[in-house]
Design a binder for this molecule. Structure first.
Ligand code: BES
Ligand code: ZN
Ligand code: ZN
Length: 478
């Protein structure tokens, strides 16, 4: 699908319109006769003069926000795919309570994210028509907002591709190959991959132990974005991702039902890899380091066992009480490495606990931080990007749940309450100095049920890529 901006509608394109309450002058007649409705989400095919249009209900005009426009753009693409296909022209609307740049960004995101196809492995191609072009029509100064949204949505879809790749295709090694590939294609972005020998030299006993049960060896994948003229030389944004290419649980094996979804246990890693690529592609002037702890958690004769005691790269010892709490183990060494490499402001992205998915479902991820200003930056970036995060608490008293009789800490607690918080107390032991936040995206990284909105496809969502670009933009503007 070609995506563009012009100042007047191209000939022959189907108009994409939102019917709000009250409707625009253009749509008032059609709303009055009931040919189209303003009810949110309904898509109707209509004629305006001699032009064909797809009109999507947008609800009350005062309440139109970026999500309403994302949903509408996605609904139009879907409607045309099941009918005639062709080109869409979307006029931006001065009467909406949203600046034109924000409208442009939302519509581009809706069109690109909404038309994503997860069935890359099907040998029979999808039935239906192609939407060949999606053109925004506006005389406003929206070029920059358009470019940012198009690039960010493109990388969001690449993160979805990664999440959707099954464990027999995406291994720690092929994940590293992917990182080398994107670094080759983007100026200022470099990639590096550390294997087991290098990890041993650095003392990464936690990441190594998780990877030891699989024939697919672990990798620490490192990407660096060095902008030509950084906005601040004292800042290095550290993005750390959980990259478990398949989480069987290990010796503490998971139940069979839905275990296939655990191919998506590298969603946090996909987010930071696609996120740093988006920063480089957009040239956002924030020095950034992405660190991915990639491993496959499998039962095998080399596996870590319940009861094993590991020494992480920062020298702390961990008693493994559950091999399925592997995310915090691999992140321990990756967080340490990010700080070792000079990260001043860190965020980790991880599908860490099933309980977080139960708590927040598929719209919000949970965020924890050791610094209130940093937490607020991340919450605000989430709000403006559409990748929403909700704050959870940290308190020293929670630490007792991971106290071990044998080692400095244990990796899981038998108390069936507060799991995501104990997991974060664990990570805090490795987060080092400076502002750090942990995002638990277990519910948002991979969908097993449609969200029913512009992210209606199940599978990887690319959740967090938009948050990363919004966060870096905030950091680059004083
Ligand atoms: N990858 C899982 C968490 C997960 C579950 C993500 C469902 C997405 C959907 C993680 O490694 C895990 O197994 N966590 C355990 C922690 C427990 C053993 C302390 C969990 O959530 O049960
Ligand atoms: Zn697990
Ligand atoms: Zn996991």
């Amino acid at each position: 699908m070609e995506i563009a901006v012009t100042s007047s509608a191209p000939d022959g394109a189907v108009l994409g319109l939102v019917a709000t309450e009250p409707p625009s002058i253009e749509l008032a007649g059609l709303v009055a006769t009931g040919e189209v409705t303003t009810k949110r989400g309904n898509a109707h095919v209509a004629r305006i003069g001699d032009q064909r249009a797809v009109v999507v209900g947008g609800g009350p005009r005062d309440a139109v926000d970026a999500d309403v426009l994302r949903d509408a753009a996605a609904a139009i693409v879907r409607e045309l795919r099941t009918t005639t296909g062709g080109a869409v022209a979307w006029p931006l609307d001065e009467a909406l309570p949203l600046p034109l740049g924000d409208q442009a960004a939302a519509v581009v995101e809706g069109a690109l994210l909404g038309s994503y196809e997860p069935g890359a492995w099907k040998t029979v191609t999808r039935e239906g028509a192609e939407v060949s072009a999606f053109t925004l029509v506006s005389e406003g100064d929206i070029g920059e907002a358009f470019r940012r949204a198009e690039t960010t949505a493109g990388w969001t879809n690449r993160a979805r591709d990664l999440v959707n790749r099954p464990g027999n295709d995406l291994t720690p090694e092929t994940f590293a190959d992917y990182a080398f590939g994107i670094a080759d294609g983007l100026d200022g972005l470099t990639a590096e991959s550390l294997g087991p020998d290098e990890m041993r030299a650095l003392g990464m006993g936690a990441l190594l132990a998780v990877g030891a049960g699989s024939v697919n060896e672990p990798r620490l994948i490192v990407l660096r974005w060095e902008p030509p003229a950084p906005a601040r030389n004292d800042l290095l944004l550290g993005l750390v991702g959980k990259g478990i290419t398949f989480d069987s649980g290990g010796i503490s094996l998971k139940p069979a039902t839905h275990m296939e979804d655990m191919k998506g246990d590298m969603a946090g890693a996909a987010t930071v890899v696609a996120g740093i690529a988006a920063l480089a592609a957009l040239g956002i002037p924030v020095r950034t380091l992405a660190v991915v702890a990639a491993a496959e958690n499998m039962p095998g004769s080399g596996s870590l066992r319940p009861g094993d005691i590991l020494t992480a790269a920062n020298g702390k010892t961990i008693e493994v009480t559950n091999t399925d709490a592997e995310g915090r183990l691999v992140l321990a060494d990756a967080l340490w490495y990010a700080h070792e490499q000079g990260a001043t402001h860190t965020v980790d992205f991880a599908t860490l606990t099933g309980i977080m998915a139960r708590a927040l479902g598929d719209m919000y991820a949970g965020v924890f931080a050791n610094d209130d200003l940093w937490l607020n930056e991340i919450v605000s970036a989430g709000e403006s990007s559409g990748d929403y995060v909700w704050p959870f608490p940290l308190h020293p008293r929670y630490r007792r749940m991971i106290d071990s009789e044998f080692a400095d800490m244990k990796n899981s607690s038998l108390r069936g309450v507060g799991g995501p918080i104990y997991a974060t107390s664990f990570l805090e032991e490795f987060a080092g100095e400076g502002p750090w936040a942990h995002i638990d995206m277990a519910g948002t990284g991979l969908l097993t049920w449609s969200r029913g909105d512009y992210l209606s496809q199940i599978g990887g969502t690319g959740w967090g890529v938009r948050l990363i670009t919004a966060l870096a933009e905030r950091l680059s503007t004083p």
